[in-house]
Design a protein around this ligand. Structure first.
Ligand code: XIL
Length: 368
């Protein structure tokens, strides 16, 4: 009897672990090695004179305390992931709704973060009423001017100095390296890009204004087109201060970091800043499936190398990731067969990429 009592705790533990194995879902979260670097990302970044930014998902921010804690812990630049898109800010003509984006702004202010406004001119996430103005150059011109003036003006007066950067124009060059024809705003005429920058500058002369795009990280026809576009804007005296490399990387895609370095350098020569604005590394996983350790390592390496690119260049002063957690990811919706692209997994556990990013921020030289 005494023997049984002695072994009772072990017996219970055994029974419990059998039971819990039984009830645990098949695809369990992996246990990751804890990161030995205890400093915050933002402290590490500050020492390198960089800002470290993340997109903020309004719903996650409102409902998930672990997500919110992760935001508070590490970041000093916040970009609303969707709350500052036109369909959210001006859902009905001349009726602005700043509630969601103001909530993020109040939070950022309290946390002593700065913000990037995203995005003033984009061909997606438009309200229906604006789409109806398609083809009417004058109406669209008035709509865009009023939108930019109101939105930038609102943040300038309500949160002075907080919106340090604006993505003024997003993805205006298409995948064939031509100016996008399928954008509603192209109906204004080719000068809509120039006008947008001028209106944004008038509304907040202190803000730094960016052209932002994907697939322009390397030397390629699309980045050539963007280079020519921004060069021409500069020659015409348009207030543009930088270019955002979105940096959506992924497994099975080819990434040439030497080419990225060369590309960054040509924008530097134009005296433009380059920011990494939307870094993520998508993996080939089916829905609900966990990435393998090898996939997580590949992801960690790519996060570190992307950060290294920015760290190696004084022209690049922002490293920004797009989304924090796989639980709130846009990736599976946009890229078939891909997912798990962010620093935290579905349960808000920090993945190896998180530690790799910290490690990259501690290095003095950055291998390509
Ligand atoms: C995505 C957001 O992550 C989603 O939440 C939203 O529904 C659609 O847009 N390039 C951009 C971002 O500039 O604005 C996009 O964000 C991702 C691609």
């Amino acid at each position: 009897m005494i023997e049984v009592v002695k072994f009772l705790p072990f017996l219970l533990l055994f029974l419990f672990s059998c039971a819990s194995q039984h009830t645990t879902p098949k695809k369990r979260a992996l246990a990751y090695t804890p990161c030995p670097i205890s400093q915050d990302l933002r402290d590490l970044a500050r020492r390198k004179k960089k800002l470290i930014g993340t997109a903020v998902h309004s719903r996650a921010f409102a409902e998930n305390t672990r997500y919110r804690k992760a935001l508070e812990d590490d970041w000093n630049l916040a970009t609303p992931e969707y709350a500052m898109k036109m369909s959210f800010l001006e859902p009905e003509k001349e009726q602005f709704d700043f509630r969601e984006s103001d909530a993020i702004a109040r939070f950022a202010q309290k946390q002593q973060m700065v913000m990037r406004g995203h995005v003033l001119v984009w061909h997606r996430e438009l309200p229906e009423w604006a789409e109806k103005e398609s083809g009417d150059a004058e109406a669209l011109r008035n709509t865009l001017k009023s939108y930019i003036t109101t939105v930038v003006g609102h943040y300038r007066s309500e949160f002075p100095g907080l919106l340090r950067y604006w993505d003024v124009v997003n993805e205006a060059v298409d995948d064939t390296a031509s100016l996008r024809r399928d954008s509603l705003w192209a109906d204004i005429g080719n000068d809509y890009i120039e006008l947008a920058f001028r209106w944004a500058h008038e509304a907040d002369p202190a803000a730094k204004l960016f052209y932002n795009d994907y697939g322009i990280e390397e030397m390629n026809p699309k980045s050539d087109r963007v280079y020519r576009l921004v060069k021409k804007l500069l020659e015409r005296g348009v207030p543009i201060h930088g270019v955002g490399f979105q940096m959506h990387l992924g497994e099975g895609l080819k990434h040439d970091f030497a080419s990225m370095e060369k590309n960054l350098e040509r924008f530097r020569k134009l005296r433009l800043r380059v920011h990494i604005t939307e870094l993520d590394v998508r993996l080939k996983v089916d829905e609900g499936e966990q990435p393998s350790p090898a996939q997580l390592k590949l992801q960690a390496d790519l996060y570190a190398r992307a950060a290294g690119l920015c760290l190696a260049s004084p022209t690049c002063d922002v490293i920004g990731v797009w989304g924090l957690s796989d639980a709130y990811s846009y990736i599976p919706d946009l890229h078939d067969g891909y997912g798990a692209g962010h620093l935290y997994d579905e349960d808000m556990a920090a993945k190896p990429a998180y530690c790799a990013l910290k490690k990259a921020l501690t290095l003095t030289s950055h291998p390509r």
